[in-house]
Each structure stands twice: as C-alpha cells, then as structure tokens.
Design a binder for this molecule. Structure first.
Ligand code: NAP
Length: 209
C-alpha cells in the first residue's frame, strides 16, 4: 500500500524521504510533475510523482503538504473521498507569519473535514519543522508528534506512521483538538523564526512512571 503526498516542497519531500526510509512507497501529487521529477527520482524506486488527482486516486492515505490556500480546492476536487485517510499537515498561516487565519472556536482541519466529503481527516505533521520530519533523531529522545482525528482507526494508522519515522506520536483524540495543534505550530514557528532560535530543535514530552 502506498502513501500519497500532495505537495513536494519542504514538508512533502521531508515526509516522503522519511516514509521511503521506513519502507513505504510514496506517490507525490503536484500541479506540474515534471518540475519535481529529478528530486523525486533522488528518493529511489519507491517514490514517483504524478498529477494531484492521480496521486489522490493511488492511495488510501493522502497527506496534504500544500500551502493552506490550496486546501479548499483540493478537498472539493474529489466528490467522494471514499473513506481515504486525509492527513492535514498544513497550517492556516496569516501573511508574513503574523499569526493564524483560522482558530480558537474551529480549526483548519475541522473546516477541511467539512469540505472533503467522505474523507477521514487526521491532523498530524503540522507542529514541527520539515527538517525534523526528514530526520527525527535527537540525542535526548524522540520529538513530540501530536495526532488528532475523529476516526479512531485512521488516527491509529497515522500514529503508527509517525512512530515509524521516529516520532513520539501522541494521541490527542478528536479532530477538534486541532484547535490547539495549529496554534502550537505557531509556537515552534515563532521560536524558530521570530525569536531567532533556529530550526534545529523539537519539542518533547517528559514523563514520570
Ligand atoms: N515548512 C515547514 O517546516 C512546515 C512545517 C509544518 C507544516 N507546514 C505546512 O505545510 C504546508 C506545506 O509547507 P511547505 O513549507 O512544504 O511549502 P512549500 O515548500 O511551498 O511546498 C508546497 C508544495 O505544494 C505544491 N502545491 C501547490 N498547490 C498544489 C496543489 N493544488 N496540488 C498539489 N500540490 C500543490 C507546490 O507545488 P509548486 O512548487 O508547483 O507550487 C509545492 O510542491 C503549509 O501549509 C505549511 O504551513 C510547513
């Protein structure tokens, strides 16, 4: 079974590289496949690139790694997602990283679930930098990867994918928890960019027995 990734930029390539390394096959979907042919070829035989619609059709798990303003049209482009797991890695960033354009009483992920008919939407891979998705190894433990969604089986599958690429994947329950995960992404972005912390860090969870 393959995983489709819509978008082959920072996040798409990082996740694609990590999924291939963990033994999965990846199908990238982008508006201009030729533009990404060389980069995808660099991931080896387990990755290929095609158009957006063909990539959606190719897999039961589809990761959205596109700019937020492309999300609604992609959701509406499929009349019935037929139970596909739609993993939302996007963040509804306001221009200039000024904040979020959606939030507090709803979330981009919940809006997506209303637009992508028949999809099982799971929010994941939005709260840390792409570099951490490409390589999640840290000397002091595994980076935190919160995951939420209304379908327990879809959530379980995405939690397993996140674990397989090296994250400490934590089940946050229903999709409405995306109201917390999208601002949490801004915490990473704010620290990395506005506060000049750089991109070589990740959040982790400390636990007592
Ligand atoms: N960068 C990060 O560290 C990070 C971390 C967590 C979450 N995010 C979120 O993840 C999303 C992607 O960020 P990014 O940094 O990877 O962006 P990016 O580098 O700009 O890549 C976006 C990709 O989406 C493609 N694309 C645009 N419209 C599309 C469509 N309709 N169908 C399929 N593909 C389409 C673009 O193709 P073209 O090149 O042809 O336009 C490009 O390959 C954003 O929502 C961002 O907020 C980013």
């Amino acid at each position: 079974m393959s995983i489709s990734i819509l978008g082959a930029g920072n996040v798409g390539m990082a996740l694609g590289r990590a999924f291939v390394r963990s033994g999965e096959s990846v199908v990238f979907g982008v508006p201009e496949p030729a533009k990404y042919a060389a980069a995808v070829a660099g991931l080896g035989d387990a990755a290929r690139v095609t158009g957006t619609a063909a990539a959606i059709a190719a897999s039961e798990v589809v990761v959205l790694a596109v700019p937020y303003d492309a999300v609604a049209a992609i959701a509406a482009s499929v009349p019935d997602w037929q139970g596909r797991i739609l993993v939302d890695a996007t963040n509804p960033l306001a221009p200039g990283l000024a904040g979020l354009s959606v939030g507090t009483t709803t979330s981009a992920a919940e809006q997506l679930a209303g637009q992508a008919h028949g999809a099982r939407v799971v929010k994941a891979f939005n709260t840390t930098g792409a570099e951490n998705m490409a390589d999640a190894r840290y000397p002091d433990g595994r980076p935190f990867m919160p995951v939420c969604g209304d379908d327990p089986e879809a959530r379980r599958q995405v939690l397993a994918l996140a674990e397989a690429i090296g994250f400490d994947a934590v089940d946050l329950g229903p999709l409405s928890a995306a109201r917390y995960l999208e601002p949490f992404a801004m915490t990473w972005i704010h620290l990395a960019i506005r506060q000049g912390y750089g991109r070589r860090f990740a959040f982790g969870v400390l636990r007592r027995d």
